[in-house]
Write a protein that binds this ligand. Structure first.
Ligand code: CP3
Length: 346
């Protein structure tokens, strides 16, 4: 049967007249309906672990905008929690976790086969979505990449330069590598269950890949991605996978080939023309409008949206932002972006 879903066609390398569209963090605080459902759930984590409400917020941007893909509503930090870390969110500040800084901290983690006890509601959300999404909408499951997840597990919070994780890597490499391995193995099991529950595409978020330099990038960003992708594709032949080594710069070049990813998501620190010439030559790319345009709007939004579409028009492309949409974004600007892409309107 010929593939109908536009995202799946692009991921197979097809060049479409109009790129399919979705947005990182498309279910989020910029939407009043999201804020209402989150209030109903009580807090962010309760929302993630409530399959009906998590499915509801996943569907909200699909109803409002008709995006070509829905991304499971969850968080990359649920896996650390399933591995035994304490996790909570401080309003207005972000995530907090118990920290892992030595062998004893690592030894306290749970084995990988116990993660599903915590993560079962997430698979249930995927199941609901695969039944309820419009037939043309692709369902994307996701996880954090091991390095990015490790940066939070080591520091206990988001950090500007990932200093604590770099320190553990440099001062206690055996514990650092054991942690990365545990996360890698947990990620494979977590993503595999998402696929069994109905996820059609997997995306791996390495938000802090850019702080790994030289050999460290290859060992701790590229190699774990390659291992996860190889194992998922062995278990689920034909599964399309998007990798997002954010701010990888020159390391974007060849990343898809080296890891086996079907698509590389590009952040907005590189120009779309550069990414077309150096990354899209190997296959599908996703990106990369600066999310700030969702706040500022106006003629700049239209011009820059057109620039991204034009740069990638000769190869397979999924339109997205270069990073997540922010809570201060204006929902009308999202509609304007979509109209610009689909109708060439302004
Ligand atoms: O993209 C989506 O809409 C799907 C759901 C999703 C969330 N987080 C929901 C969320 C996805 C794919 C993520 C990934 C994620 N989470 C990443 C990688 C992508 C990236 O943005 O770099 C990271 C680093 C996290 C960790 C995390 N979660 C942080 C640092 C924060 C706080 C910052 C913030 O925006 O508040 C979160 C919270 C979070 N995750 C929210 C959402 C919608 C906001 C929570 C709220 O409603 O208050």
């Amino acid at each position: 049967m010929p593939e109908q879903k536009t995202i799946l066609r692009a991921l197979k390398g097809e060049v479409l007249d109009t790129p399919p569209i979705w947005m990182m963090r498309q279910a989020g605080r910029y939407l009043p309906e999201y804020r209402a459902t989150r209030a109903e759930a009580g807090d962010f984590l309760s929302l993630c672990y409530n399959p009906e409400l998590a499915a509801e917020v996943t569907l909200q941007p699909i109803r409002r905008y008709g995006f070509d893909a829905a991304i499971l509503f969850a968080d990359i930090l649920l896996l650390p929690q399933a591995l035994g870390a304490d996790l909570w969110f401080v309003t207005g500040e972000g995530p907090r976790l118990s920290t892992i800084t030595d062998q004893a901290g690592f030894d306290a983690l749970k084995p990988v086969d116990e993660i599903h006890e915590t993560l079962n509601p997430i698979y249930e959300t995927v199941g609901i979505l695969s039944r309820e999404l419009p037939k043309e909408t692709t369902l994307i499951g996701f996880a954090g990449a091991p390095w990015t997840v490790a940066t939070y597990m080591i520091a206990g919070r988001g950090t500007k330069d990932q200093g604590p994780a770099h320190a553990l890597k440099d001062e206690n490499r055996p514990v650092f590598e054991a942690l990365l391995d545990r996360i890698t193995e947990g990620t494979i099991e977590y993503l595999s269950k998402q696929v069994e529950a109905g996820a059609e595409v997997i995306k791996i978020f390495d938000s802090w890949a850019g702080s790994l330099k030289g050999d460290d990038f290859d060992r701790y960003a590229l190699d774990p991605a390659k291992r996860i992708i190889a194992e998922l594709k062995a278990r689920h032949p034909g599964l399309p996978i998007i990798a997002f080594p954010r701010e990888a710069g020159d390391k974007y070049i060849g990343f898809a080939k080296a890891t086996g990813a079907d698509c590389v998501a590009i952040d907005n620190s590189v120009s779309p023309d550069w990414a077309a010439a150096h990354v899209q030559v190997d296959g599908c790319v996703q990106g990369n409008l600066d999310p700030r345009h969702m706040v500022t709007g106006g003629d700049d939004l239209v011009r820059e949206t057109r620039r991204v579409v034009a740069a990638f028009k000769n190869g397979p492309h999924i339109f997205n932002l270069g990073h997540g949409i922010t809570p201060d974004a204006d929902p009308d600007n999202v509609q304007r972006m979509i109209d610009t892409i689909r109708d060439g309107q302004s």
